[in-house]
Design a protein around this ligand. Structure first.
Ligand code: ZN
Ligand code: ZN
Length: 361
């Protein structure tokens, strides 16, 4: 299966109708193959080319599973691809659609037009930038087409000639009896062209490595490990093929105080035991401002208070909430006088009482 099925009409190549039976297809193939067989047409590149086309068409249409696939792809090409005109798809949408078809049909694994390589890189941003969204740049070492030879690998893009072993097709036919097998041409290594003078800029590879900086828009609310796909910012594609994508994995540094759980935030907050016992109004920082939180009298350690809408606000989604988890933090360096007061309180109000009595019931 290959992407050029969309463009090739195998029925026309064999001169049969779309309703032709497998019998008819085999008959048509035998007749045409005999007429165009390279052994019977020595030194005729046109015949050789036709023979290859006929063999390819027959190998697909005489296999019922392959034929069904081919028919489906062609039908989709006629309706799906033809239907784009005037519908206002932008390039990105088209990229998505073709990308998905590629996933389904395995396009891109064969044929000369190869989408560019997918590149991957990492960036690290602060917790605050991840929450608010940020525009940043990533440095990238990127393989791009050599402009001196326009990717041909030949000096000035002109110092090459068509391979005369394979006639430029990049493949040679090896004949075994009646059958013909396509092989990669060894003279041009399947390129179809032979370079006369190598491009010195790229050492004939057709591509050079360049340092680039790429702007990345990180949307608000990305979490650690999120991957952003930048279409067409990866390796350059072959002639006529789209450039690859760049995948940017976002690392988010942990916050000193806030812990993140999806879109919610959790903040541990200490209370003086008098605040917990008597109640208080305390100030709490959110990611962007300060809010007041009312602590009711008799608040135990571990109690959670929810501050609505003060979590992370991911782009296009509902805001999370901020959960304040309080714990009681007793004084550690009591003055002699403070100690006396507390002892007096204990002796007067807590004698004979224990909050652990229930453990012995
Ligand atoms: Zn070059
Ligand atoms: Zn060749």
């Amino acid at each position: 299966m290959s992407r050029d099925w969309l463009e090739k009409d195998f029925y026309a190549v064999l001169g049969v109708s779309k309703e032709a039976s497998t019998e008819d297809i085999k008959k048509a193939y035998k007749k045409l193959a005999r007429e165009n067989h390279p052994d019977l047409n020595p030194g005729d590149p046109e015949a050789e080319k036709r023979f290859k086309e006929i063999s390819e068409a027959s190998s697909v249409l005489s296999d019922s599973a392959k034929r069904q696939e081919y028919d489906q792809i062609r039908a989709m090409g006629a309706s799906g691809f033809g239907g784009f005109g005037g519908q206002g798809f932008n390039v990105e949408d088209l990229g998505d659609i073709f990308g998905n078809l590629g996933d389904i049909f395995g396009f891109g694994s064969s044929g000369g037009r190869r989408k560019g390589q997918t590149y991957q890189t990492n960036i690290n941003i602060s917790f605050e930038d991840a929450a608010a969204g940020v525009e940043t740049i990533v440095p990238l070492r990127k393989e791009v087409m050599c402009s001196d030879c326009k990717g041909t690998g030949a000096e000035n893009g002109t110092a090459f000639h068509r391979c005369n072993i394979c006639g430029g097709s990049g493949q040679t036919a090896s004949n075994q009896g009646f059958f013909s097998f396509a092989q990669t041409c060894s003279a041009c290594k399947g390129q179809g062209n032979v370079i006369d003078k190598q491009c010195r800029t790229c050492r004939s590879t057709g591509s050079v490595v360049e340092n680039e900086t790429i702007k990345v828009k990180v949307p608000a609310g990305v979490d650690n490990g999120t991957v952003i796909r930048l279409r067409g910012r990866g390796g350059s594609g072959g002639p006529g093929a789209p450039d690859g994508d760049l995948l940017v994995q976002i690392g988010v540094s942990p916050h000193k105080f806030f812990k993140r759980k999806n879109s919610d935030l959790v903040l541990d907050v200490p209370l003086m035991f008098t605040e917990a016992a008597l109640g208080a109004s305390i100030k709490i920082p959110t990611l962007t401002k300060t809010v007041n939180l009312k602590i009711p009298p008799g608040t135990p350690s571990g109690k959670m208070f929810k501050i609505k809408g003060e979590g992370i606000s991911p782009q296009g989604r509902r805001s999370g909430d901020l959960y304040v988890k309080v714990y009681i933090s007793p004084p550690t360096n009591l003055s002699r006088s403070a100690k006396k007061h507390l002892e007096k309180y204990r002796d007067q109000f807590e004698s004979g009482e224990s909050p652990r009595d229930y453990l012995y019931e």
